[in-house]
Ligand binder design. Structure first.
Ligand code: 16G
Length: 247
């Protein structure tokens, strides 16, 4: 590691500011795969010693790469090379199950959890009348304490009479009540995070996000949920399998 990190050393004769050179050198090490995803960066003290630069230079270089999504800070545990989560674009799994499958610890920060009327658009997606009731579940979804997505799910109240039953996983509650989704569609679009989204996701304003709309259905084709989400573009890649279509 030490010899690789020697490559971070800025050149005093170059014109670019020292922190920018450091950021460029570190980016190159990551892009070239010399430091791999999931690895921790040495402490600031060690980086000062290896590169002969100041704490300010190192902090500015690291902050720039955090902003670009190549590094992330884990509270109290240091700075890590970010790993993209490769999510199947076809599996009808939920956030909690996916995070647990990766060996992580999912949590939610609740923004809204209650019963209300659907908007016209929501009623259309759920095939309800505007006088029907829906359960509204708005959450920031975190894994290992890192905010990864904002989700706003609406579910017909007839499928989920008690919103308070959803503590950790919506899909878990729907499974238990026999209303779990078995099919669905998902639409992904690229977008820029609004100031509010950026704040909730701890990313900079105008960072890339994926706006996702998911419609799911129970076995008899009844709509179960209409969920609008904003997933962090720096942390997620959605993978879709391709097959040659029938002639
Ligand atoms: C996923 C789904 C979301 C669903 C949620 C349930 C996407 C893009 N969205 O995040 O539609 O409501 O899982 O998760 O994958 P839960 O069971 O952990 O509450």
């Amino acid at each position: 590691m030490r010899s690789k990190l020697k490559k971070l050393e800025p050149s005093p004769s170059a014109e670019a500011p020292l922190y920018k050179q450091m950021a460029d050198n570190l980016r190159k090490l990551i892009v070239d795969g010399e430091i791999v995803a999931g690895e921790a960066l040495p402490s600031e003290r060690k980086l000062i010693e290896i590169t002969g630069t100041s704490r300010v230079t190192i902090r500015k270089a690291i902050d720039q790469l955090i902003e670009e999504g190549l590094l992330f800070r884990r509270q109290g545990a240091g700075t890590y090379i970010a790993e993209q989560i490769e999510q199947s674009g076809e599996d009808l799994t939920g956030f909690t199950d996916d995070a647990r499958d990766r060996g992580e610890s999912p949590t939610s920060l609740w923004l809204v959890r209650g019963i209300s009327s659907p908007t016209e658009d929501e009623a259309k997606h759920l095939r309800l009348g505007v006088s029907d009731s829906v359960v509204r579940l708005g959450r920031v979804r975190l894994s290992n304490d890192e905010p990864l997505a904002i989700e706003h799910a609406v579910v017909p109240a007839s499928m989920l009479p008690d919103p308070g039953a959803v503590q950790e996983s919506l899909y878990d509650v729907l499974r238990k009540t026999g209303n779990h989704p078995v099919s669905g569609t998902q639409k992904l679009r690229a977008a820029l995070a609004t100031p509010t989204e950026a704040g909730l996701l701890s990313i900079s304003e105008n960072s890339a996000i994926l706006r996702i709309e998911r419609n799911t259905f129970s076995a008899d084709g009844t709509p179960v949920e209409f969920t609008r989400s904003a997933y962090r573009g720096d942390r997620y890649a959605f993978i879709t399998e391709l097959h040659l279509g029938e002639e």
